[in-house]
Design a protein around this ligand. Structure first.
Ligand code: BG6
Length: 558
């Protein structure tokens, strides 16, 4: 009998370190894309050793990262407090991190380790996915949490960081492995990267000691700056060390899209222009810009959502099946899709792209101010808080099938979904029937109420022939009684395990900017938009409805 090797928090760590919570006996439980790949290739590595605990017999154990130091730049920022640190806490709490792990938060503010810890504790009490915070887990987590004060533009602070990491390695056994997480303002990325290079923290030591960097979005603000940033990053790190994060790729439902498409035989034959009329991708938010007015003024919906989250969803829906779940095989296919969309000309932008900005209104029974009245927003702002686009993918599979994408803030509710609308039946046998059967539709709900719905026509019981659309609905909540991990948990763990499948590659980011940059540039040349153009709590500007009406279609009500 063999099992995967099992380092525990108590014993000495092992490099192949799998383990953690046991999975269902006898079942293969791939967790990361890498697991899927290994399972797919039949190469899952099992290390043999005698089993001491007979109760563990037959259990497949989850893998655990090797010992490591997690260096979080922007450790005092919003993202760190709301997402990154709660995700690490959750991984720690569920025994998915090794004992030999240290978190070094880097920031400009003058904290001591203790004051920083109590701030983090307050944030966990608010943002942890599981509450109340588990005191025992917190004690171990806090012990490994330290603060490094330093200005990103001050070389001396990086010299001190080197010494600190050496100490951490000696005292906490992190073995020279380090993951640098850049959760700062994007303008700080180049400086941090180049300083890490200067002090040699990018160097992977032969025979142990990996170095990786996670870079937050937005990666650049247009094609040119993204190319420049890629160049800066790749001067220091090799592409294999770079993890550009788009948290939508870590969402459970988004990952399920791959399983749904490629783990089932029945969809693939239908997944093309012969059967699909069009595709709609909606990411609606009810929130406004909250406290991020200054950030949002610089980004707008095109940079904040279209270039990354929406383009990634589109790529996953439209890509060809990859030959394997190898990170590059998967990303090659996504890049091909984005490349098959022609960069919009100015004429296309006028015709196929709609932008909008919310005015005051009511959302979820609360009166809310317009975007121009939000803190840190220019009262004359031309920044778009809504965007709707019509893209065409010029390849064999999708020629002639429009992809409509929309996203916006202060829409009536938080609801994201991908809807595949199939063609009408070619010959209506039930023409005389009353009722209003709609063409078949497959809707994948990303959030909330995660699930998948299939719409089809059914006969209404009775003597006549009435046909009505009915839904077959799968919901995660009722089918699986487990909580889904947060996207950041999934992605951070993947990066620690060296699995880059759900991170974007340099060329992918640039291709997406190749579509979005002409849109932003065309807008800059056009007369100022007539903003605000939609009321908070509505589904966006009327022009977005016209975009589909022109093609004889309409947005799905969600
Ligand atoms: C971020 C955007 O990437 O995603 C925010 O910058 C947005 O503007 C957020 O609110 C939405 O994420 P989620 O996971 O809540 O859908």
């Amino acid at each position: 009998m063999t099992v995967t090797k099992e380092p525990t928090r108590k014993g000495p760590p092992a490099p192949e370190a799998p383990v953690g919570a046991p999975a269902r006996p006898g079942k293969e439980q791939p967790r990361t894309m890498r697991d899927l790949r290994l399972a797919h290739e039949g190469k899952r590595r099992a290390v043999t050793r005698p089993v001491e605990n007979p109760l563990r017999e037959g259990l497949r154990l989850e893998r655990m990262p090797e010992p490591f130091a997690f260096v979080l730049f922007g450790g005092t920022g919003d993202l760190a407090h709301r997402k990154v640190i709660p995700a690490l806490y959750q991984l720690w709490r569920t025994n998915l991190l090794p004992h030999e792990y240290a978190l070094v938060a880097v920031g400009r503010r003058p904290y001591t380790d203790d004051t920083f810890r109590s701030d983090i504790r307050a944030s966990l009490d608010k943002y942890s996915r599981t509450l109340p915070v588990d005191e025992e887990a917190w004690a171990g987590f806090a012990e490994r949490l330290t603060y490094h004060q330093g200005d990103f533009s001050d070389p001396a602070s990086f010299d001190r960081l080197v010494q600190r990491l050496q100490r951490v390695e000696r005292e906490q056994g992190t073995r020279g492995n380090a993951l640098f997480y850049l959760a700062t303002h994007a303008t700080d990325f180049p400086e941090i990267i180049s300083q890490l290079g200067r002090v040699g923290l990018d160097h992977e030591v032969h025979g142990g000691g990996w170095r990786r960097v996670i870079i937050e979005k937005p990666f650049g603000r247009d094609l040119e700056s993204a190319i420049r940033l890629n160049r800066e990053v790749l001067k220091v790190f090799r592409e294999k060390q770079v993890y550009r994060i788009d948290h939508y790729l870590g969402k459970e439902t988004v990952r399920n899209l791959l399983v749904f498409r490629f783990g089932n035989g029945i969809w693939e034959p239908l997944w093309n222009r012969r059967y699909v009329d069009h595709v709609q991708i909606t990411v609606a938010e009810s929130i406004g810009v909250e406290s991020r007015g200054a950030f949002y003024e610089e980004t707008g919906a095109s940079r904040d959502f279209l270039q990354n989250h929406l383009m990634q969803l589109l790529a996953l829906v439209a890509m060809e099946p990859p030959a394997s779940f190898d990170a590059d095989a998967l990303r090659d296919e996504k890049v091909k899709v984005i490349r098959a969309i022609a960069p919009p000309t100015r004429h296309d932008v006028t015709r196929d792209i709609v932008r909008g900005q919310y005015g005051g209104g009511w959302v979820e029974a609360h009166e809310v101010p317009g975007y121009r009245e939000e803190p840190e927003v220019d009262p004359q702002s031309e920044t778009e808080t809504f965007i709707a686009t019509r893209f065409q993918i010029d390849d064999w599979r999708w020629a002639g099938v429009p992809f409509y994408l929309r996203t916006g803030k202060r829409l009536p509710k938080r609801a994201s979904e991908i809807a595949i609308q199939f063609n009408e039946v070619p010959h209506r046998l039930f023409r005389e029937a009353t009722g209003d059967p709609q063409p078949n539709l497959l809707a994948m709900r990303i959030q909330p109420d995660e699930g998948i719905l299939l719409r089809f026509g059914a006969k209404v019981p009775g003597l006549g022939i009435d046909v009505r659309s009915v839904n077959m609905d799968f919901t995660y909540g009722s089918s699986f009684s487990v909580d889904s991990p947060d996207a950041y948990e999934t992605l951070i763990l993947d990066a620690l395990l060296g699995d880059a499948s759900l991170f974007t590659r340099a060329d992918e980011v640039e291709e997406a900017w190749g579509i979005v940059t002409p849109i932003i540039e065309s807008w800059a040349d056009m007369p100022p938009p007539d903003f605000p153009s939609y009321e908070a709590g509505s589904w966006g500007p009327e022009a977005a409805d016209h975009l589909l009406a022109r093609d004889g279609r309409r947005w799905r009500r969600i």
